[in-house]
Every structure is written in C-alpha cells, then in structure tokens.
Design a protein around this ligand. Structure first.
Ligand SMILES: CC(C)(COP(=O)(O)OP(=O)(O)OC[C@H]1O[C@@H](n2cnc3c(N)ncnc32)[C@H](O)[C@@H]1OP(=O)(O)O)[C@@H](O)C(=O)NCCC(=O)NCCS
Length: 150
C-alpha cells in the first residue's frame, strides 16, 4: 500500500513531542518523562532519529557524540504494535550508516542481556576487554532493576 512503508527523519517537529512522549513512556526507563523533559532532551541531543508509518510515530533513537571518539546510542524504542516488522532495523541502520558517525571510533549503548543478539546484527559486541559499566545515578530504576522485569 503506498505510504505504508517506514519514513525516516532526523528531527522531531514540536507538534510531535506529545506523541514521542507517549511512545517513550511505554519503556520502563522512560516511563516518567514529560513533554517538557522530552523537548529538553531533544534540544540537547546530537542526533535524533524517528520512524513514522502512515504519519504515526513508531520508532525513535537518539545519539550523543563528540563526532570523533565516542557516540552513545540512547532511548531506542519501537511502538509495541509495530515490533518485529523491521522498524528497529531501520533505526539501527540509520545510526550505523549516519555520515556524521561513520568516522567515530566507538559506538556504545547499554542494553538488557536479551537484546545483545539484536545489537550484534549491527556489529556491536559485549566483549569489551574486561570493561565494566559504572553508573552514578539518582534514578533508582537504573541501579536496582531486576533482570527479569519486562
Ligand atoms: C528492541 C527493539 C527496538 C527492536 O525493534 P523491532 O522493530 O522489533 O526490531 P526489527 O523488527 O527491526 O528486528 C530486526 C531484526 O532483529 C531481530 N530481533 C528483534 N528483536 C530481537 C532480539 N531481542 N534478539 C535477537 N534478534 C532480535 C528480528 O527478528 C529481526 O530479524 P530479521 O531481520 O532476521 O527478521 C524493540 O523490540 C523495542 O522497542 N523494545 C522495547 C524497548 C527496548 O528495550 N529498547 C532497547 C533499549 S537498549
């Protein structure tokens, strides 16, 4: 059907901030975000990536980077009803092939163990030379969340 394919964009129109907030709030680590929070994080992100289908926002990711050594991929989320239909792949393809990121030495992300095979498809590895993730956080969820929680 024409217009039913995914459309990739690298910005979020102010009119879509409410819709993006609703999408983000479906994920456990973003469940308390407000439209104001979302407007702020968009303003301070280096790259934002959205996927829409039939003019509905179905996928989002963002990146913080110095454009040389490190780029941190954050807040990858696909609308629950659209999962398994290639939207996440569109987002990850857009990240790893983005012209401003192809020269960056390390793309990094944090994920739960069940998503390691997903990110491996784009060349991410959890073999990090013995490095450990350390975190100093005021967000209790990020330091106590049981692995089994959905
Ligand atoms: C993770 C997530 C973004 C994947 O998005 P998606 O749109 O369902 O993924 P796609 O349909 O594009 O899948 C692309 C490929 O990865 C595979 N895949 C999807 N999830 C996978 C998983 N958990 N493990 C291994 N492979 C996976 C798909 O089968 C597909 O393979 P195929 O091309 O051979 O068919 C989505 O499930 C999501 O939003 N989850 C909740 C939020 C979250 O946890 N985000 C990650 C934060 S680090």
């Amino acid at each position: 059907m024409p217009g039913s394919g995914p459309t990739l964009e690298f910005s979020v129109a102010p009119a879509r901030i409410g819709e993006l907030t609703d999408l983000m709030r479906t994920a456990w680590w973003m469940s308390d975000r407000t439209p104001r929070d979302v407007a702020g994080l968009l303003e301070h992100s280096d790259l934002v990536i959205t996927v829409t289908r039939r003019d509905t926002l179905v996928g989002f990711a963002r990146v913080l980077t110095d454009y040389a050594y490190v780029a941190l991929v954050l807040d990858v989320i696909v609308d629950e009803s659209q999962r398994g239909s290639g939207v996440g792949a569109v987002l990850l393809d857009a990240v790893v092939n983005h012209p401003e990121l192809t020269g960056v030495r390390s793309l990094e992300l944090v994920c739960q163990p069940d998503l390691v095979p997903f990110y491996r498809r784009w060349g991410f590895t959890d073999a990090v030379g013995g490095s450990r993730l350390m975190r100093r956080s005021t967000d209790e969820r990020l330091v106590t969340r049981p692995l089994a929680e959905p």
